[in-house]
Design a protein around this ligand. Structure first.
Ligand SMILES: Cc1cc2nc3c(=O)[nH]c(=O)nc-3n(C[C@H](O)[C@H](O)[C@H](O)COP(=O)(O)OP(=O)(O)OC[C@H]3O[C@@H](n4cnc5c(N)ncnc54)[C@H](O)[C@@H]3O)c2cc1C
Length: 303
């Protein structure tokens, strides 16, 4: 029996596995290889790795992990996990092997959802993005759009003024209140409420938002409101609880305490899947470290 099974080898899972390995624990890491920022050309805002291509970062992380003999990395998607009455976790990996462990860290990331208007998918992580702190620097000073309605849209548009003074909120047909219109006007943010038919531009670049009425708005970048949802029912199946998404951040996160404990003995969660603050690589790595440390302490000290 292993000490820990870690689900996911993104920033959070690898950080947890590294911490456990350094505490001389045996770890099986299971990973489907779909880290959420792979669509982006570079990581923004991660100290020591700013501007580094995500794939290069993950390859470096895997190489570090593989230098610890107590770590095994298994490629594949885990469909199901069990927690037995005696607190043992059991999974069946891609080649059919059954693996057991005394603890488990869930770090499977999340599904970032956004309105799938034509022209958005191919620009996702490049000129269309969910987080200005990750991507704003690269598109600074361009004319930009914000695609969102209500208070979230107003907040996003006002905040984006840190990166450009030419911001337009695109509501795609949803109505704003008089108060929200006033906030935009006072803040110097444009407003376009027309229905959008899609986004155009060469390659991953953005040239314009195109409206159903045939009109266009020239923009070079688009911030889009995303909602974060669990990628599978794994956490729920293992007995963990999920948070209710709120309007502003709209994340459905695995509930954890400050040491990433889920409330199910021996089960920890880290990274995007367990965050109720805006997601980032830095936060994912930090929580992965805490989850790994908490699991290691429990394995050694029994609490
Ligand atoms: C397009 C985009 C660009 C971003 N850019 C930045 C940026 O520039 N700077 C920044 O700080 N943040 C950025 N972020 C946010 C950042 O990428 C995430 O916060 C971070 O990657 C979360 O790490 P994680 O380890 O929790 O999840 P992930 O990186 O998503 O890794 C989870 C891993 O678990 C695997 N997995 C999931 N379910 C299973 C399963 N059942 N079995 C096996 N494996 C499974 C997945 O395939 C994946 O490999 C960006 C996000 C997106 C969507």
């Amino acid at each position: 029996m292993r000490d820990c099974i870690v689900v996911g080898a993104g920033a959070a899972g690898m950080s947890a596995a590294l911490t456990l390995a350094r505490a001389r624990r045996t770890v099986l890491v299971i990973d489907a290889g779909k880290q959420s920022n792979l669509a982006a050309p570079a990581i923004g805002g991660l100290l020591g790795h700013d501007g580094r291509p995500p794939a290069e970062f993950y390859a470096a992380g895997r190489a570090e992990l593989m230098s610890y003999p107590s770590v095994e990395l298994c490629v594949g998607e885990l469909a199901h996990g069990e927690c037995d009455d005696d607190g043992t976790f059991a999974v069946t990996v891609a080649d059919g092997r059954r693996e057991e462990a005394r603890s488990m860290v869930l770090a499977p990331g999340v599904d970032y959802r956004y309105p799938r208007l034509p022209g958005m998918d191919e620009r996702w992580g490049k000129s269309v993005f969910h987080c200005p702190f990750c991507h704003g620097w690269e598109v600074r000073n361009r004319r930009m759009g914000v695609l969102a309605g209500g208070a979230v849209g107003v907040h996003g548009a006002l905040n984006l003024r840190a990166w450009s003074d030419r911001i337009t909120l695109l509501t795609n047909g949803t109505e704003l209140t008089d108060r929200q219109r006033e906030q935009l006007a006072v803040g110097g943010v444009g407003l376009d409420e027309r229905m959008i038919s899609g986004f155009e531009g060469p390659g991953g670049e953005l040239r314009a938002a195109v409206f159903v009425d045939g009109g266009e708005l020239s923009i070079g970048a688009l911030l889009v409101k995303s909602t974060l949802r669990q990628r599978s029912s794994l956490a729920h199946d293992l007995g963990a609880s999920l948070t209710e998404p709120d309007e502003m951040l709209s994340v459905e996160a695995i509930k954890v305490d400050p040491m990433c404990r889920t409330g199910v003995p021996g089960l920890y969660a880290a990274g995007d899947a367990a965050t109720s603050v805006p997601p980032s690589m830095a936060a994912a790595m930090a929580s992965g470290y805490l989850a790994g440390a908490a699991a290691a302490v429990q394995l050694t000290a029994g609490y």
